[in-house]
Design a protein around this ligand. Structure first.
Ligand code: PSU
Ligand code: MN
Length: 315
């Protein structure tokens, strides 16, 4: 028996994969731990629509009822959204324990990549990735997302990393792990709510077709994941200085309340939501939709390249 035995793939996703149609994986920690109910449910449904409109099939991934579920929708999606913080937050190390217990869990970027790869999905859209936390030299808090990106051949489209993290150190670890960091229509590595972080990306690509060509070569080379940084739309973006004040306050509150480990990212997101009176959430939702659209466009281009490769190689 291998890992695939634990997969439950929806009929729609299964048939799309069998036909070589474009599929975009979506994570679920953003649903359970990243946003409050009911906005999380509305977001999850809207993002699926965005992917469909751009010509791809959405595959929301979560751990439910002792299965690695790919293509969670309808009532199951609602169950997950309602469960929220009561659900587990599944990092790579939690997967086997959660399958054994049957507990419901949102999957982080790392775990969603792991399950997407198992299901044969190459493209994955999220909001922001985890990274090296500020003060990591003392706490050792570095997200498993960075290790997974180095090892697992899935492309993650995100809006950069939040400046609740140490972005310079995050980029250093990505380099160490051999992860290409591409800017989509930008030379700057974006900082989630803000379009710039003060750091550059390694390579800039301006079209989905150009990205897909690079991804197809990365796949031929049998290398690991790729990170695509797609800045938040201008209309929803914050000035870096404007959001920094709220981040500093949230970090101070986390310290005072002794928040550590896997609770850190959800705590900071919730606190920034409160401090910005909900405005951070509106931006968060806008950037996730924007990433889902770009991911779908890339998936469409990649599917065309792969179909072409297959026909050329056919005897
Ligand atoms: N950033 C967000 N929303 C989120 C997360 C990050 O804006 O929901 C989640 C993602 O699932 C990411 C995880 O993979 O937090 C990282 O958690 P940690 O830092 O504990 O690895
Ligand atoms: Mn951590």
């Amino acid at each position: 028996m291998d890992g695939k035995a634990y997969l439950s793939v929806s009929g729609e996703v299964k048939s799309a994969l069998a036909k070589g149609l474009p599929v975009v994986a979506l994570e679920s920690t953003i649903i359970t731990h990243g946003m409050p109910y009911p906005q999380n449910l509305a977001m999850a449904r809207d993002v699926e629509d965005v992917v469909r409109k751009a010509g791809a099939v959405p595959a929301t991934i979560a751990i439910m009822d002792g299965r690695l579920c790919v293509g969670v929708s309808g009532d199951d999606l609602e169950r997950l959204a309602v469960e929220g913080h009561r659900a587990a937050k599944a990092s790579r190390r939690d997967v086997a324990a959660l399958l054994a217990s049957g507990e419901m869990a949102g999957t982080t970027v790392a775990t969603t990549m792991q399950i997407a790869a198992l299901a044969g999905i190459a493209i994955f859209a999220t909001g922001g990735i985890g990274g090296v936390h500020r003060g990591a030299e003392d706490s050792f808090d570095i997200s498993a997302d960075l290790e997974e990106l180095g090892n697992t051949p899935v492309t993650v489209i995100c809006a950069g990393a939040k400046s609740i993290l140490d972005i310079a150190k995050t980029l250093e670890v990505l380099e160490t792990n051999g992860v290409p960091v591409l800017g989509f229509g930008t030379d700057d590595f974006p900082a989630f709510w803000a379009r710039t972080s003060g750091f550059k990306v390694d390579h800039r690509f301006d079209t989905a077709a150009a990205v897909a060509k690079m991804l197809s070569i990365q796949s031929d080379l049998e290398m690991g994941g790729v990170l695509i940084a797609n800045p938040i739309p201008e209309a929803d973006a914050w000035e870096p200085e404007a959001i920094e004040a709220f981040i500093t306050q949230a970090l101070a509150d986390a310290e005072t309340q002794g928040i550590a480990g896997k609770a850190t990212t959800p705590f900071l997101l919730k606190r920034i939501f409160e401090l910005t009176e909900g405005r951070s959430l509106a931006s968060n939702i806008a950037l996730v939709k924007n990433n889902a659209r770009v991911a779908a466009e890339i998936a469409v281009e990649l599917a065309a390249i792969e179909a072409n490769k297959a026909s050329v190689h056919r005897p």
